[in-house]
Design a protein around this ligand. Sequence first.
Ligand code: ADP
Ligand code: MG
Length: 457
Amino acid sequence: MSEIRELPGTRSFERVGAHTHIKGLGLDENLRAVRVKDGMVGQERAREAAGLVVEMIKQGKLAGKCIILAGPPGTGKTALAVAISRELGPNVPFLQLSASEIYSAERKKTEVLIEAMRKCIGVEIHEMREVYEGEVVDLKINMVPHPYNPYQKVPESVRIRLRTTEEERTVEAGSHIAEQIIAYGVTEGCVIQIDAETGRVVNLGICADSDKAKLYEIDARRRVPRPTGKVKKQKEFVYTLTLADLDEIHARRRRGGLFSLLFGLGEESREIDPEVRAMVDEQVKRMVDEGRAFIHPGVLFIDDAHMLDLEAFSFIGRALESELSPIIILATNRGFARIRGTDIESPFGFPLDLIDRAVIITTEEYDAETIKEILRIRAREEGINIGEEALDELTEIGARTSLRYAVQLLSLAAQNARVAKRDVVEIEDVRRVDKLFMDVGEAAEYLHKYEEKMLKH
Ligand SMILES: Nc1ncnc2c1ncn2[C@@H]1O[C@H](COP(=O)(O)OP(=O)(O)O)[C@@H](O)[C@H]1O
Ligand SMILES: [Mg+2]
């Protein structure tokens, strides 16, 4: 049975990615980490742990769970989360959110959180519909004078001859369908679908076996095979939406009516009524019970989660207990720290009851060899040709300061080489940019030196 798939548009797009080189977790078939694979290097324990998490998510066994990624800055926590999303593939919703994003002036933070969570739950809906489907072999649109303006012609009815591999059949339809036929540019040779109940017309593309398709060598229209079976048939459609999409559809329908006709749909950043969400949940649960829908819990990744406050944490804790909840991954680089909004000190700056419920994956600092390998991969990713000596120098800087600083210097050194009209990055490029820019340690030293002269406020 053929199907129409709509993929959830929940993935955020990174243009100049610090993590574009990450293609997956780099595990073998026994879920053991290969030292260098899929753009990942070292950090084997964390990667294998993440591999198990991915397996459980795929089997739907981890809904409503919480995973904490903890480790010092620049040890690959975000990289690990990106790798998890790559492993899950495009059909599992994955949303990345920085904790600071929930503190928006226009909306309540719980509203931002609940919407984010609902964007992470995919609902695969199966629907059987009766359709007429086939290649258009003959098309006659009957035009009549407009009732109020006899000089203008409007479509009154249409007669279409449809062909499948099995039969040919002529259907006749009224103006509603005739108008769509014109609007969607349906001509002979197109493969179309008409919903028997609603009369919705879909132009699927040009039939690959028709004469029309052979007319032009270059043709931007999509080529589709001639449909099989009968012209009129039951067809299964599969849509994958998220709970947030369903909320939006229902809210819009409600908001509709006279007001929306007269005044449009109202302002953009409105909040969705809790009643609408409850209704959507009910409906989804019913469809799941009837076997017409399947739930795919996705992943909500909250980076720098130590920025969340107690209220947000308690909200997340509560949400984890509800039936329709995604897997939540929280990343933090804090040790013992104050929970925001309180005076309480706690590991990671997270409340204890949340930690209690989570599994914790820790990342460790990299040794020089791993840093070198990551820099090599980054160089390849950015199309940088770097000499072995220069790479050693950069590695040494990375081990002394931080991996992130070394990654930054790599791009800067490449720019320096380009300015000097050289193709290969040499040790002098690295030394020069290291002198021109500061790492955090140097910046702190500088601030101490000029403490008196810098402004305080
Ligand atoms: N194990 C690794 N393999 C490959 N690249 C890594 C690895 N760990 C970190 N990186 C890269 O190093 C940089 C810093 O890591 P990042 O994930 O941002 O650290 P964190 O989120 O822990 O602060 C990023 O560009 C990241 O893609
Ligand atoms: Mg990070």
